[in-house]
Design a protein around this ligand. Structure first.
Ligand SMILES: Cc1ncc(COP(=O)(O)O)c(C=O)c1O
Length: 463
């Protein structure tokens, strides 16, 4: 019996877990001593992991956890899925070149065909792909350079709450000020922030259809009024569901409106699908919910089947940059491309977009039932298996829409109680008050029920 199989067997759903207590194990102690102060996840998820399979991970002390963080949404097929493992093993067994810069290979060629095969027809017809350095951030950097070179304009419109990565260009597009303030000037005046259609905390205090209309009117005015005071940008960049910003799904009419307005103004639309892409939201790409055609799509995370890979796909009218305009050494990871092809094939063959939609509805149903007894679950939102719950203080002062304030102290308590019950969840959003569910897309209905049961137990202990 392989170790991976035994992990799957020892961690079945519906078996009550003992409550875990967390101590300062030698590995965690050394990590704390030796790794940089910028380390992030280990602060809230103090685990040293040893094995992983499917939705489960096991730590060095033999405790099992359901992983609803899944490499920040990377592990579409969960940990060590057999098709991914086999694809990687085949690359090694056949002595394929592991590193090829951006030279082509049969593995790369197949990956591009697989990728183009899942693009919506209208985009596929005009698509070009650029392989980037192996992080989502580098795909965003490439997208920025692409639209600036092609339009001859330099500014970018981004949105409050946005997250596009951690390099200094991508960071300048970020809504959160925390990581930016210590750095001084980034792109500075080259970036214009606009309100995102955050329905529960509408920037116009309106919400619903009225909030969306006001939002679009504001954008239209900014782009089309010759005296708006804002230069016409090279592009508008957006996430269809803001992930790190608090799992905020953009309204479908808003997405259509942004596409209409940007087209009218001759401004490129960059859709960042790094987190929402590849079936997670119930469609292969989240922008497909609105039936829009972006000019540029940034892709990473799930596309490498757990290994690092990032690309930018764009319409050929933008392909005016010069040879070498976006280079980089690590753009030819063959194992990541082979694993990525395996993931894409599996997603299509097993209709995982539909499955993500159904599992998302099932989890949402559990959370909505729980909300009836726990007013601390202020807003349950997202698409497919990209779900979040904004925790609120029901006794706090209400905002313009009548909603209680975010409960910044409760969220880490809930996260900790989940961890004690063998459930890994991450926090995000304003004040870190949004509990995020990003499980592997292969999660079963019974496993969703178990996630909900552990979350409910944790909530009871935390409130
Ligand atoms: C929407 C979005 N864009 C870009 C990034 C940056 O990707 P990476 O962390 O791989 O650089 C992320 C990471 O979470 C993301 O969610």
């Amino acid at each position: 019996m392989s170790t991976a199989t035994s992990l799957a067997q020892v961690a079945p759903a519906n078996v009550p877990q003992p409550l875990y207590e967390f101590t300062d194990s030698p590995l965690l102690h050394r990590q704390q001593q030796q790794e940089s102060n910028a380390r992030s996840y280990p602060r809230r998820i103090p685990l040293a992991l040893k094995r992983a399979r499917g939705i489960y991970v096991e730590d060095v002390e033999g405790r099992q956890f359901i992983d609803c963080l899944a490499g920040a949404g990377t592990l579409a097929l969960g940990h060590n899925h057999p098709v991914v493992v086999e694809a990687i093993q085949r690359v090694l067994a056949d002595e394929l070149p592991l590193h090829t810069l951006d030279l082509t290979t049969p593995v790369k060629d197949r990956f591009v065909q697989d990728l183009f095969g899942v693009l919506p027809e209208a985009l596929r017809r005009e698509a070009k792909v650029q392989f980037c350095g192996p992080t989502g951030t580098d795909a965003v950097e490439a997208a920025l350079k692409l639209v600036r070179s092609a339009t001859g304009r330099s500014t970018i419109i981004t949105f409050q709450g946005a997250y596009h990565g951690m390099s200094q260009g991508a960071l300048s597009l970020m809504g959160s000020l925390g990581p930016k303030q210590p750095l001084g000037a980034l792109l500075g005046s080259g970036v214009q922030f606009m309100p995102y259609p955050y329905d529960y905390r509408c920037p116009f205090g309106l919400g619903g259809e009225a909030g969306v209309k006001a939002n679009l009117h504001y954008l239209e005015n900014l782009l089309l009024d010759p005296e708006s005071g804002v230069p016409l940008p090279a592009a508008v960049i957006l996430e269809v569901v803001q992930g790190e910003g608090g799992v905020i799904p953009a309204d479908i009419e808003w997405l259509k409106g942004v596409r209409r307005i940007t087209e009218q103004a001759g401004v490129a639309l960059i859709v960042d699908e790094i987190q929402s892409g590849f079936a997670r939201t119930g469609r292969m790409f989240a922008f497909e919910h609105a039936g829009i055609l972006p000019d540029v799509v940034t892709l990473s995370k799930a596309i490498g089947g757990s290994l690092p890979l990032a690309v930018v796909v764009y319409r050929d009218w933008l392909d005016t940059w010069k040879p070498g305009a976006h280079a980089g050494t690590f753009r030819g990871n063959q194992m990541a491309m082979a694993a990525g092809s395996a993931v894409l094939d599996y997603l299509v063959e097993h209709r995982l977009a539909d499955h993500a939609e159904a599992m998302g509805q099932r989890l949402r149903g559990h959370l909505t039932t729980l909300q009836k007894d726990y007013p601390q679950l202020g807003d349950i939102r997202g698409r497919g298996l990209m779900l979040g719950v904004e925790l609120v203080d029901p006794d706090g002062a209400r905002d313009a829409q009548g909603h209680p304030p975010a409960h910044r102290a409760l969220a880490p308590r809930v996260q900790r109680e989940c961890l004690k019950r063998g459930l890994i969840l991450e926090l995000g959003g304003r004040h870190g008050a949004v509990v995020r569910f990003l499980p592997p897309l292969i999660i079963s209905g019974e496993q969703i029920d178990e996630v909900a049961r552990r979350f409910a137990d944790a909530l009871v202990a935390a409130v």
